[in-house]
Design a protein around this ligand. Structure first.
Ligand code: SF4
Length: 420
């Protein structure tokens, strides 16, 4: 299959646009003026069930839903749109909504590696042994966009890309050599595997000079947004060769697949891609968020984890949607998330390695909702800090009052950071 990418304009010229109901068309028109939309021919032809759009998790995963903005803003935009107000005139209003939904990311100064007191741009170190790397070309795009993505702010935004990334592939080397406790480097993106193999290798090679780096990890959704990346694309064999090369240096190559629903793993193209990646010696681990209307039942997670295990992939994290967006529109009640995790874990056979959920990864700490517990005759959520730049916080448990309906755990950064 040859990759064809669609944006909000070109998608409207496909036969699929006519499959949307009028309400879905309105949503599409309005929301794609605020957020970026991107899909491709594989997603349209093989993943989305066009006969069941209302309930289709793949449609909801790729197409924006109106609850990503407030009901009031949506109604107002709809009114303007129907009245024929031009995009130019709508611009200030759209900018205001974009501002409201811009992710508020709680960075901690301690997480920014420094040289001579200055930040080394494009590096972020939340945890003692892991560093996230943001080479400029990797922050640009993905093969399609997820409706719940909080990184949309970086897409098509050269200003954000310029001040959060590095261009010189050797940028992390000195810092890594000076900090041998860092054993894992993580390319996360947008999606690093949208790049061609040569470009990725340029950024990997310098890391391989550092003996203390034992694991090279890619966080990616290429496996299920575009599996041909690893099978029939012109560059597919080159990327597999790159994986073999990394493994041949004695490093662990961790391919961290972003997965949301079992449907992403149920066709021959993706299964072939999994086998080819595994044959290089890479290990595939899987993570994704529990999100409303896409995968918010026990059955969804039993199905997803069972298929992951059947394909020799390792479930790793179930995330809770972050507070990055004020609307937190995909967040489900915390009690429901705990129930889904615990029940699904019981039902899936062959889960050998421990994995975590539901987990908040808040750019400073990694915190799991460990259990619901009773203390002094009152129910609580027990929150446990799994990893933190403040090692003294790791393992710390905090109890917060249980509420069946709450979607908020409060200020986790304040809760797990040392008090001044
Ligand atoms: S693959 Fe990841 S970075 Fe890309 S749109 Fe989806 S959530 Fe965002």
């Amino acid at each position: 299959m040859k990759y064809i990418s669609y944006n909000n304009h070109s998608f409207k010229k496909t036969k699929y646009y006519d499959r949307l109901s009028q309400t879905q068309k309105d949503d599409f028109e309005i929301l794609s003026k605020i957020f970026y939309f991107k899909t491709n021919n594989y997603v349209l032809e093989q993943l989305i069930d066009w006969d069941n759009l209302e309930n289709d998790p793949m449609f909801r995963l790729n197409f924006l839903h109106k609850n990503v903005i407030s009901a009031k803003d949506y109604e107002q935009l709809l009114m303007f749109y129907k009245a024929g107000v031009t995009i130019k005139d709508l611009h200030p209003f759209i900018e205001m909504i974009r501002k409201k939904t811009t992710p508020q990311i709680p960075y901690d100064e301690k997480c920014f590696p420094k040289k001579g007191g200055e930040r080394i741009q494009g590096l972020y170190r939340s945890f003692n042994n892991v560093i996230s790397l943001f080479p400029d070309p990797m922050l640009k795009t993905c093969h399609a966009y997820c409706s719940y993505c909080f990184r949309w702010i970086a897409f098509n935004n050269t200003e954000v890309q310029d001040y959060t990334t590095y261009k010189d592939p050797r940028t992390p080397v000195d810092y890594l050599k000076e900090n041998p406790e860092i054993t894992e480097t993580l390319f996360t993106g947008a999606d690093p595997l949208t790049l061609n193999a040569d470009k990725i290798k340029q950024y990997v090679d310098p890391l391989l000079e550092v003996d203390s780096v034992k694991t090279i990890r890619f966080n990616t959704k290429a496996l299920t947004w575009w599996p041909f990346r690893f099978t029939t694309d012109k560059d597919a064999e080159n990327v597999l060769e790159l994986f073999r090369y990394i493994v041949s240096t004695g490093r662990n190559l961790t391919f961290c697949a972003h997965l949301t629903h079992v449907r992403e793993l149920q066709n021959d193209h993706v299964i072939e891609a999994v086998k080819k990646i595994q044959a290089t010696g890479a290990k595939i681990i899987c993570q994704g968020p529990v999100v409303e209307g896409i995968n918010d039942t026990v059955e969804d997670w039993v199905g997803l984890w069972s298929q992951e295990v059947a394909l020799g992939m390792q479930p790793y994290y179930m995330f809770v949607e972050l507070n990055h967006n004020h609307e937190a529109s995909f967040r489900i009640p915390l009690a429901k998330a705990v129930h889904i995790f615990q029940e699904a874990e019981k039902q899936v056979k062959g889960l050998q390695q421990p994995f975590n959920g539901p987990v908040f990864m808040n750019d400073v700490h990694c915190v799991s909702i460990d259990e619901v517990t009773t203390e002094d005759n009152a129910k609580h959520f027990a929150l446990k800090c799994l990893a933190s730049p403040y090692t003294e916080s790791e393992g710390k448990i905090e109890l917060i009052p249980y509420d069946e309906h709450t979607r908020s755990a409060g200020d986790l950064v304040a809760m797990f950071s040392p008090q001044e």
